[in-house]
Design a protein. Sequence first.
Length: 122
Amino acid sequence: MITYNGERIVDAAFAEQVYEAVARIPRGKVATYGQIAAQVGDPLAGREVGHIMSCAPSGRNLPCHRVVNRTGALAPDYAFGGQEKQRALLEAEGVTFLADGRIDMTLHLWGKYEQFNIFDMS
DNA sequence: CGCCTGACAGACT
DNA sequence: TAGTCTGCCAGGC
């Protein structure tokens, strides 16, 4: 469990909210771990979000490949069976990558640049 | 307990 | 944006 502002939040409940938030990420967009953490009420627990993803239950069809760090870099190889895999999944949804293999955050970051994004594929 | 580590983030340079 | 330093939280030792 975690503590926040004196309140105690059950670990399982926290994870549950994380999964919900992740499930809400629209197709063709990505969110940062920090964003997810903020949505579930703990903006400072980005690391926890990452850890929770690693334990994500497989029965839920969670689009965890849409969650990246703030620079748009993909998760380490051990997360999706290779970054190639994750990249393929994202590209299949319309996410574009930069030459250095990172996601173009100015186009696909969920909730930050939509006003500039013509395409809203959800 | 303290210390180190990590799918992270923010402020600064 | 990249690099660096610092802050945060949980978990393992």
